[in-house]
Design a protein around this ligand. Structure first.
Ligand code: C6P
Length: 413
């Protein structure tokens, strides 16, 4: 079957209860898993793809002349094409395999950033970024004597686009923005952000970690320059992520790490580097992980991102309505464009206590600052409880969450 055929969605009615059965950890334990924003669970097809890679198709890639190595290489490169189609990239060589979103952003900061950002230049981010989309830019700015600018959000957690625009100027070299905030669920207008940034000559890096499992992403349509994502958030294994970069930009960039696979020739006097994307893929990659990642993208494509998005939108509305009935519950993040994340605090109860009691009721949520400390500071809270949704969550999961929160309320009366 060709990659294109594999990506045809099976769109005849989306049933999350049936989808749940594809996930052994959910099927076998009855766990109500509301922490997919941290890392999503894995369907059987992903687990099988990893096992099959190691039991049938495994050898190092891009090296061996023997048939098994050629097959392993072909399988690995086929996932690059699957990824290209999945995010709408123009060419497969625009897909760089990395470990995760964090590494993808660090790669851009350390290569494009070091090459193009100088003293007095500016990097523009937003107040709602994950630490992975703050610290690499801070490190770059410190090294180069550049300035990190931060566009504010309002008290719903929506980006103030007019303020963002005012911060753009000829010194802005890079704009780095989350597609969807992990702490608030805010969906940022990344196409408009990209248009504004380009009008000022800046390149745009989108942190897509939270968007990719929920939302149809089309990088060509967004016209962004870089897009970062993690496989483990889109039902694939940990250890595999993607940096998308426009070919012309990737071609202009120096390597990130040196070693095997990223070179053309090596002499003690000087080495020359491979073409993209191999230039950025030093060393042996996560071959089994990439097989699992490919299976995860196929799985999501078969279910159909439009169906997934519709289901999650309905579930978010359902949960938001029910949670409004819980006394003392304050939603943190109420932007008009929101997806898959419900952050909240419960008056008089520490978020960690809420999390522990929910755990006791068989419900997994994340509590803490969610690696977004500036967001917590904005809302004047040390931490929140975060219930995050995915394609396998049902209304029954939300009902159980609300019941358990009523129990917390009773205990802390
Ligand atoms: N957020 C969460 O619980 P890595 O760890 O590299 O796969 O992803 C980092 C990252 C970057 N950007 C955003 C918007 C993210 O949400 C994350 C990961 C997890 O919210 C773990 S802190």
């Amino acid at each position: 079957m060709s990659s294109a055929e594999k990506l045809i969605p099976r769109d005849e009615g989306f049933d999350p209860a049936r989808v749940k059965l594809d996930f052994p950890i959910l099927k076998n334990t009855g766990l109500i898993f509301l922490d997919s924003a941290a890392s999503a669970q894995k369907p059987q097809c992903v687990i099988d793809a990893i096992a099959n890679c190691y039991s049938r198709d495994y050898a190092n890639i891009h090296r061996g002349v023997y048939e098994l190595s050629a097959r392993a290489t072909a399988n690995f490169e086929a996932v690059r094409e699957t990824t290209q189609l999945f995010i709408g990239a123009a060419e497969a060589r625009e897909i760089v395999f990395v470990r995760n979103t964090t590494e993808a952003i660090n790669l851009v900061a350390a290569t494009y950033g070091r090459q193009n950002v100088g003293r007095g230049d500016e990097v523009l981010i937003t107040e709602m970024e994950h630490h992975s989309n703050i610290v690499p830019w801070q490190m770059l700015c410190e090294e180069k004597g550049a300035v990190l600018k931060v566009a504010p959000m309002d008290d719903r957690g929506a980006l103030m686009l007019d303020e963002f625009e005012k911060l753009l100027c000829t010194r802005t070299k890079i704009v780095a923005v989350a597609h969807i905030s992990n702490a608030l669920g805010t969906v940022n207008p990344v196409k408009e952000i990209t248009r504004l940034a380009h009008a000022h000559g800046a390149v745009v890096v989108i942190d897509g970690a939270q968007a990719i499992p929920h939302h149809r992403v089309d990088v060509a349509n967004l016209d962004c320059d870089f897009y970062a994502l993690s496989g483990h958030k889109v039902f694939g294994p940990t250890g595999v992520g993607v940096l998308y970069g426009k070919a012309a930009l990737l071609e202009s960039m120096p390597p990130y790490q040196g070693g095997g696979s990223m070179i053309e020739t090596v002499r003690f006097e000087k080495s020359t580097y491979a073409d993209i994307p191999q230039r950025f893929e030093a060393g042996t990659p996560d071959i089994g992980g990439v097989a699992g990642f490919g299976a995860a993208l196929d799985y999501v494509s078969e279910l159909g991102l439009d169906s997934i998005e519709r289901h999650e939108r309905e579930l978010l509305a359902y949960a938001t309505d029910l949670l409004a009935e819980v006394p003392g519950l304050r939603l943190i993040g109420t932007a008009p464009q929101k997806a898959a994340v419900i952050s909240f605090s419960l008056e008089g109860v520490h978020p960690h206590d809420v999390g522990s009691i929910l755990d006791h009721e068989g419900i997994a949520v994340r509590t803490g600052h969610h690696c977004a400390q500036p967001v917590m500071e904005h809302f004047g809270v040390p931490a929140t409880v975060r219930a995050s949704l995915a394609l396998y969550n049902t209304r029954e999961d939300i009902d159980a969450l609300v019941r358990a929160l009523q129990t917390v309320r009773e205990l802390f009366k």
